[in-house]
Design a protein around this ligand. Structure first.
Ligand SMILES: [Fe+2]
Ligand SMILES: [Fe+2]
Length: 289
């Protein structure tokens, strides 16, 4: 049995380095990558980013996902309000350049402000505000590769459209005949709700917020890192009709998540009253995390 604890757990300076990496991979809102572009791009990456994906692809097995779901989805770790969770996430200290990097609260507010600027519905603005709160998993000592990174289904073959696909050869599910066919443990068009995704901040936060936000928002949060599907258009053989319709919203959301970088960081104290009342329209004062 391989032991993730015997490896260096956090090769990135900071989990947000993964998001910087995404911007390099998808520089414009409509960009996708051909197979050869993918390989060139992979060859150019920094060793820390490569190492991050190596760990992610080696250890995200079906059994690992099931174990993390048992560990975290009973939501009995703490009770906190949404703004409180934003402040908690902000204690994730950044080793990277303080002059160029946004704090966690700033990234969330910037995303929400871009959505608000476009006159989108209030639940959409709220989704921008909270979408990365699942990263509090890092504060519970979870390794970077089990919090951030592109997500993908486990229990079936790993798509060639997943960045650094070759690293999956070190994953024990790669040679397990129950899990390495196209459909694996699933049926064609089963619907994503029946599919276990690799473990990370998206799936965790979905379970925290699902009783409070509309279905479109649930999809945006749950699948915002599912780049192999929303960007590369793979895995649609697992989609049901609802997934097809809802992924239009996931794609809408991705524009704000990746491309909302503004000139100046948002003014947190000025924006706080507006966002606190927005949070109060959808969430009780405390929720289970
Ligand atoms: Fe995210
Ligand atoms: Fe984000």
């Amino acid at each position: 049995m391989i032991d993730p604890n015997s490896e260096q757990r956090n090769p990135l300076d900071h989990p947000d380095q993964w998001e910087d990496e995404l911007l390099g991979r998808y520089p414009t809102p409509s960009s996708t990558k051909s197979d050869s572009e993918f390989r060139d791009y992979e060859a150019e990456q920094r060793p820390s980013v490569k190492e991050f994906y190596r760990l992610n692809h080696r250890y995200q097995t079906l059994a690992f996902v099931q174990q993390k779901r048992r560990e975290f989805l009973s939501l009995d770790r703490r009770r906190m309000g949404v703004w409180e969770a934003m402040e908690f996430l902000n204690t994730l200290v950044d080793d990277s350049d303080p002059d160029t990097e946004l704090t966690q609260i700033e990234h969330l507010l910037q995303t929400a402000e871009a959505v608000r600027h476009d006159g989108r519905p209030d639940w959409f603005i709220l989704t921008g505000l909270i979408h990365d709160l699942g990263k509090i998993l890092c504060l519970d000592g979870e390794p970077q590769w089990a919090v951030v990174g592109d997500t993908f289904p486990v229990g079936c073959a790993y798509s060639k459209k997943i960045v650094y696909h070759d690293f999956f050869q070190a994953n024990p599910d790669w040679v397990d005949s129950r899990y390495n066919s196209q459909f694996g443990v699933y049926k064609s068009e089963t619907g994503l709700d029946n599919v276990l995704m690799s473990w990370g901040h998206d799936e965790y936060l979905y379970h925290v917020i699902k009783d409070y936000l509309p279905i479109e928002a649930q999809y945006m949060i749950r699948y915002h890192s599912f780049y192999p599907a929303h960007r590369e258009r793979d895995y649609e053989y697992l989609f049901d009709e609802r997934d097809h319709a809802m992924f239009d919203w996931v794609r809408e959301f991705n524009q704000y998540d990746l491309y909302s970088k503004a000139e100046a960081p948002p003014d947190v104290e000025r924006l706080k009253p507006y966002y606190e009342q927005l949070i109060g329209r959808y969430f009780p004062s405390q929720i289970a995390w």
